[in-house]
Design a protein around this ligand. Structure first.
Ligand code: A2P
Length: 272
C-alpha cells in the first residue's frame, strides 16, 4: 500500500482555540480561549496575545500581531478569559473583535506583571482601582481565594464614562456571591464602588476625585487610606495611573514591585 503524504494545514505558533465571545457594548467584549496545559500564572498577570498580521507585500511573510492583555480569569480556571476594547482603527482589535468560537488566536505562554499579591506587603484592606478595561486584572483577582485569605476587606472602584461600560465588571461581581468556590469567602468582604463620569449613574465621579475629596470613604463608612492597613492595585490609562499614584503617595503609601513589596502597585491597561 502506498502512503501519500498530505500537506499539513498551517498551524499558528502558540495557537489557542476561542471557546466563547461576549459583546458588552459596541466598544467592549470579552472572550474565553483554551488554556495551554503547561501555563501557570499568578492572578493579575498579563500575557501577549494576538492574531497573524497581513502578509508583507514584498516578501509575502506574515508576522504575529501581539499586544499585552491581562488574564481576566483566575488561576484555577480551566480556560483563559480576556476583556478587550474594540478600536475601529486598532491594528489588532479591529480584527480581534470579530473572532468566533472555534477560531484560533496566538497566545505566548509567558505571564508577567506587577498586579500580584507577591508585590504587596500584608495589609488589612485592598483597594482595586480601575478605569475602563483596566478592570481585567481585577476580574482575575476578585475570583482568586488568595485575595480573601490575605485581606479582611476588598474595595473595587471601577470608573467608566458610561453606565453600559460597567456591565462586564458588575455582572462578574454580582455573580461572585453565588459562586460555589468562593461565594462564602466573598460575602461581607467585597465592596463594589462603580462610578460613571459622563452618564448619570448611582455613583458618579472620577476615582481620583472621590479619593481626594474623601467621598468614597464616607459613602462606604471607611477611614481614609493609611499605610499601616491599606494596600492598592491600580490599572488604567497612563494619565489615570499617574494621578492616582500622586494621591496614594499623599496618603503615605509607597509603590512596590515583585522584587520589593510595598503598599501599592500599578499597571497600564491595554489600550489599542
Ligand atoms: P472622564 O470622563 O472625566 O474623562 P477613558 O475612556 O478616557 O480612558 O476614561 C475612562 C474613565 O477614566 C472615564 O470615566 C474618565 O473620566 C476617567 N479618567 C480618565 N483620565 C483620568 C484621570 N487622569 N484621572 C482620573 N480619572 C480619569
Amino acid at each position: 500500500m502506498t502512503e501519500t503524504t498530505l500537506p499539513k494545514p498551517p498551524t499558528l505558533p502558540d495557537a489557542q482555540t476561542v471557546l466563547s465571545v461576549q459583546h458588552w457594548t459596541d466598544r467592549l467584549f470579552s472572550f474565553r480561549v483554551t488554556r495551554p496545559a503547561s501555563l501557570r500564572f499568578r492572578s493579575g498577570e498579563f500575557v501577549m496575545i494576538g492574531l497573524m498580521g497581513d502578509p508583507d507585500p514584498a516578501t509575502g511573510k506574515q508576522k504575529p500581531l501581539l499586544r499585552a492583555y491581562s488574564i481576566a480569569s483566575p488561576n484555577w480556571d480551566d480556560a483563559l478569559e480576556f476583556y478587550s476594547i474594540k478600536v475601529p482603527d486598532g491594528p489588532l482589535t479591529s480584527r480581534l473583535q470579530h473572532i468566533q468560537p472555534g477560531d484560533q488566536i496566538i497566545l505566548r505562554p509567558k505571564p508577567v506583571g506587577t498586579l500580584v499579591h507577591d508585590a504587596l506587603l500584608p495589609g488589612k484592606r485592598l483597594w482595586m482601582l480601575a478605569t475602563g478595561t483596566g478592570f481585567a486584572p481585577f476580574a482575575s483577582l476578585v475570583r482568586d481565594p488568595e485575595t480573601y485569605e490575605k485581606f479582611d476587606e476588598i474595595v473595587v472602584m471601577h470608573t467608566c464614562r458610561e453606565v453600559g461600560e460597567l456591565a462586564y465588571g458588575r455582572t462578574l461581581i454580582e455573580a461572585l456571591q453565588d459562586d460555589p468556590l468562593i461565594g462564602e469567602m466573598v460575602a461581607g468582604k467585597l465592596r463594589y464602588y462603580p462610578t460613571t463620569t459622563r452618564d448619570q449613574g448611582e455613583f458618579m465621579g472620577r476615582i481620583t476625585d472621590n479619593l481626594a475629596s474623601g467621598k468614597v470613604f464616607s459613602d462606604l463608612g471607611l477611614p481614609p487610606m493609611d499605610p499601616a492597613t491599606d494596600r492598592a492595585m491600580v490599572c488604567g490609562s497612563l494619565a489615570f495611573n499617574k494621578d492616582v499614584m500622586a494621591i496614594l503617595d499623599g496618603f503615605g503609601l509607597r509603590e512596590g514591585a515583585n522584587s520589593e513589596p510595598a503598599e501599592y502597585v500599578v499597571e497600564k491597561a491595554f489600550v489599542g
